[in-house]
Ligand binder design. Structure first.
Ligand code: SF4
Ligand code: SF4
Length: 285
């Protein structure tokens, strides 16, 4: 079976009704701390990034993939989106991609990352057939980034404030450029945080477009308990839609994101993570 990389329901809205994705939760650790993220709550009823009911080892993820494909043959995409960051767990991420490449080469492989740790692995992921990568880029000014990230870790060194935001930003911009040089489709996810970056996201769109990114996904903040941004309001359509309209002059906009869990599975509008939860937890044992 040949691989058709247009059949990605997130990057190609016209496929969202017929093609599904599975997120394989093999990456528990993270190398930065976003002020909107809390990965403590692993509830199957909760739908947002960073949440999963189990963490799988690479061989378990490959077995889980076999079972998911038996139950839901419409899956065209295998992705890793946490629950931490794929490149804070590079060995697990690359091993999972290797196994999938061997067993299910017809699938589209997709990774979603903050961009901090991806640079040493750009050639590996291109060779493993990863065709789609999402970089979460919510600021292109370290002064604004410093309000979004409480720390950034590079090996054993932890950076905070503007210094941390600057280190992260440099990696993210180099990552987008390097991915495009390798022919990979790049989406930029930008979290819209009221009072922090809503006046800045069009600039993010401009910079991402200049680097060759293909599409931007402006995602309204989902305020989460026990985070510094828990008290902020969730932006509504009246805020999001005009921003997307302005940003679209620079880069195509994604308009159908479902803010999925790290173990999401199925069609975007019909997530089956609750019904396949038993399969996931059986594979994690
Ligand atoms: Fe959470 Fe993802 Fe941010 Fe890491 S990069 S802190 S997992 S939202
Ligand atoms: Fe697609 Fe958005 Fe879900 Fe990611 S969070 S898989 S971009 S719908």
């Amino acid at each position: 079976m040949t691989k058709d990389i247009t059949k990605h329901p997130c990057f190609n809205k016209s496929e969202a009704g017929s093609c599904g994705r599975v997120h394989l939760p093999v990456a528990p650790k993270c190398n930065i701390q976003c002020n909107y993220c809390n990965r403590k709550y692993d509830c199957v009823n909760e739908s947002r990034p960073g949440v999963t009911s189990s963490v799988l080892k690479p061989f378990q993820a490959a077995e889980y993939m076999d079972k998911v494909l038996e139950k839901e043959p419409r899956i065209t995409v295998a992705g890793i989106a946490g629950p931490g960051d794929p490149f804070a767990n590079p060995a697990e991420t690359l091993e999972t991609m290797r196994l999938l490449n061997r067993k299910h080469p017809h699938l589209i492989f997709c990774l979603s990352t903050n961009g901090m740790g991806i640079l040493p692995y750009l050639d590996d992921i291109a060779e493993l057939g990863v065709s789609h990568v999402t970089i979460t880029l919510s600021a292109v000014d370290p002064a604004i980034g410093a309000k979004i990230y409480s720390w950034v870790r590079d090996g054993n060194v932890v950076y905070r404030g503007e210094q941390g935001a600057k280190v992260l930003l440099e990696r993210q911009l180099s990552a987008i450029k390097g991915l495009k040089e390798r022919g990979i489709v790049v989406k930029v996810n930008s979290i819209l945080i009221p009072g922090v970056n809503e006046d800045h996201l069009v600039e993010v769109a401009r910079v991402a477009s200049e680097l060759g990114a293909d599409i931007q996904n402006i995602i309204p903040l989902k305020p989460t308990a026990d985070t510094p941004f828990a008290h902020l309001p969730e932006p509504g359509r009246e805020t999001v839609l005009p921003l997307r309209k302005e940003a679209t002059t620079f880069i195509e906009q994604m308009t159908h994101c479902k803010r999925c869990r790290a173990d999401a599975v199925g069609l975007l509008g019909d997530d089956q993570s609750a019904s396949l939860c038993g399969t996931l937890s059986a594979c994690s044992k």
